[in-house]
Design a protein. Structure first.
Length: 273
């Protein structure tokens, strides 16, 4: 290799300095793993290279509501009341929650990866997502065990572009490793409210009133309907036939004495804890 080729292949000084700054920042996150401000430090580092408006760190559980560990404050556009409503039942309609509990996979996922066909027409989208996230969301999932998935979600008022998604994919390996280590310093098992009565796989009837004693499968169908899934999407998700899904819909509507999905959501919201 000639001397000229050697100099042409050498990284520019600015690139080297930028890399040095990134490595120093990463070392700072490792140092902050056991500190209260860890999640804020992660977000501030990402904000230097990426535009987003809201964020939340939380844990998805199999049999109870998610636990929010840290989140944007009101100055960032977040709404504390909406976070409370999320934990009281709206989590069941979150496409990221449904995907995480159904597939149990670690990685970086976009809204386009997980949202069902009718997501933007759902009450969840109108009452929570559009008001709190606005346009787009990405999420890092770190599966801790069969029961828990640690997540970091970033919300934006504008869709994440290819450059932003490329950067997020680049930082995914080290961020997931940090999240796994951080889980050892989080109080994940503190007392929390119980699950929404419509939460699947919790046993018992939907409510004390026999008119609302939906079966386990009917709860699952109700959840996916309210999340915006079509009949075919529900069938694929539950590995049952389209005809079976239609039968479940007919039975649960009859049990609840309703005729529309808006009425179904009204009962779902009425039963939140």
């Amino acid at each position: 290799m000639s001397e000229q080729d050697h100099h042409e292949r050498r990284p520019p000084r600015q690139t080297a300095l930028a890399a040095l700054g990134w490595h120093r920042a990463f070392a700072g996150l490792v140092e902050a793993l056991d500190r209260e401000a860890f999640w804020l430090a992660v977000v501030r580092l990402l904000e230097r290279h990426l535009d987003f408006n809201t964020w939340v760190a939380l844990v998805f559980f199999d049999h109870r509501p998610p636990r929010i560990l840290a989140e944007s404050d009101e100055d960032d556009g977040a709404d504390e009341t909406l976070f409370q409503d999320y934990q009281r039942g709206l989590y069941l309609l979150d496409p990221f929650y449904i995907d995480a509990k159904g597939r149990g996979r670690s990685g970086l996922y976009t809204l386009a990866d997980v949202a069902p066909q009718g997501f933007t027409r759902t009450e969840y989208y109108q009452r929570y997502f559009r008001r709190n996230i606005v346009a787009d969301e990405v999420q890092f999932n770190c599966v801790l065990d069969d029961e828990r998935t640690l997540c970091l979600s970033l919300g934006s008022v504008a869709p994440f572009d290819h450059d932003a998604l490329g950067l997020l994919a680049l930082v995914q390996p080290w961020l997931l490793a940090l999240m796994r280590q951080r889980s050892h310093f989080e109080a994940l098992e503190e007392d929390q409210p119980g699950p929404h009565p419509w939460h699947p796989r919790q046993g018992g009837s939907l409510a004390q009133d026999a008119q609302r004693a939906l079966t386990e499968r009917e709860r699952e169908v109700s959840q996916l309907m309210l999340a915006g899934c079509t009949t075919k999407e529900i069938a694929r998700h539950l590995a049952i036939s389209v005809e079976t899904v239609r039968a479940h819909k007919k039975h649960l509507y009859a049990k609840l004495g309703i005729n529309s999905q808006s009425e179904l959501f009204a009962l779902f919201w009425q039963d939140r804890r």
